[in-house]
Design a protein around this ligand. Structure first.
Ligand code: FDA
Length: 302
């Protein structure tokens, strides 16, 4: 309740004030800042996936701008020899305005990444986007079977059956590649699990299925219980090191991240950057008021 109240007033705080907490979670506004943050992570044995902020565009002209920015990012990251790949939110390319244009824009980015033998992850956005984003993934996978992956969300009831259907497309020549997360958007209880323990149970159930079927999984979580559960499943299925990695968000639980890296597991950090950091930060707060406690802590607890 308190979190909700805090979350509702934070979008009205001055930008400068919101930056005090945002800077911990955002690499900066420019490509150079994203490269700097990524280099530092690489030096600590951590791979990155870079994300240009700017989802849910309202004007389709922004889609081409975002595409061009991503093309610059891919070239710049390649030139800087960053050990990393790219995450994209399809609504940044007009998914809900013009899905075909969105597909063409993303296709252009994936084609450039593929030229460099790199990889693009399609983030999963709110429930309205799930079917469209799965279709996008399946279409791109036909042309770029090794250069594109999808995010799946454990909190949705539908995810297990989506995974069962997607598994039919998993072949040696065109393997599935997923990031598994809990899910960050506020969804209705008709379609999403609300009990945190049940979300975790579903997460591990889906992870078990993916690892059993030899799907490469990005295990995206900062939840120690899930990380321990994942480690047990990796052991149970004797999963080779190159078939999974842990993933965390920039600035979140760095000690836990370092301990996982120290144990010899691959780790990738999601590095968001861009001028839309204010919109991103305040949208995240509205979507997930639980984050408000992290915000307040990072503002007042130094
Ligand atoms: P949980 O929320 O229980 O957090 C566990 C602990 O981690 C907390 O107790 C706290 O200590 C710490 N923590 C978590 N979030 C924090 C924060 N923001 N600030 C400070 N501390 C924090 N979701 C989605 O719907 N679509 C997507 O495409 C993605 N992509 C994605 C990529 C990566 C690499 C990650 C790690 C996460 C996502 N997510 C996502 C978000 C995901 O769905 C989920 O909301 C968050 O990871 C938080 O869930 P945890 O599993 O970390 O557990």
């Amino acid at each position: 309740m308190i979190n909700k109240a805090i979350a509702s007033v934070i979008p009205h705080f001055p930008k400068k004030f919101v930056w005090i907490f945002s800077k911990k979670y955002i690499a900066g506004e420019t490509i150079d800042e994203a490269i700097l943050a990524s280099k530092s992570l690489n030096e600590h044995g951590v791979k990155v996936t870079v994300d240009l902020l700017g989802e849910f565009i309202t004007n389709i002209s922004q889609a081409d701008e975002n595409r061009d920015q991503y093309l610059r990012i891919v070239d710049a990251f390649q030139n800087a020899k960053i050990n990393g790949n790219y995450s994209i939110k399809p609504t940044s390319f007009g998914l809900l305005i013009d899905p075909e244009k969105c597909y063409q824009n993303i296709r252009t980015i994936v084609a450039l990444a593929a030229k460099y033998n790199s990889f693009v992850r399609i983030d999963m956005e709110d429930a309205e986007c799930v079917d469209l984003e799965m279709t996008l993934y399946k279409r791109l996978k036909l042309e770029f079977p090794h250069n594109v992956g999808l995010v799946i969300q454990a909190y949705l009831y539908r995810t297990e059956s989506d995974v069962d259907n997607l598994l039919k497309l998993h072949t040696p020549d065109s393997p599935l590649n997923f990031r598994l997360c809990k899910g960050i958007y506020i969804e209705s209880e008709d379609i999403s699990i609300k009990d945190p323990k049940k979300i975790n149970d579903n997460y591990l159930k889906i992870l078990d299925k993916l690892l059993f079927n030899g799907v490469h999984v990005g295990i995206a979580t900062h939840d120690k219980k899930l990380i321990n559960g994942a480690l047990e499943l990796i052991k149970k299925h004797n999963v080779p090191k190159d078939m999974y990695e842990f993933q965390m968000l920039y600035g979140v639980t760095p000690e836990l991240r370092n301990s996982i890296v120290g144990e010899g597991h691959d780790m990738r950090v999601y590095v968001p950057y861009g001028k839309d950091w204010f919109g991103y930060s305040t949208r995240r707060l509205k979507e997930n008021p639980k984050m408000a406690q992290h915000v307040i802590k990072s503002i007042f607890v130094k």
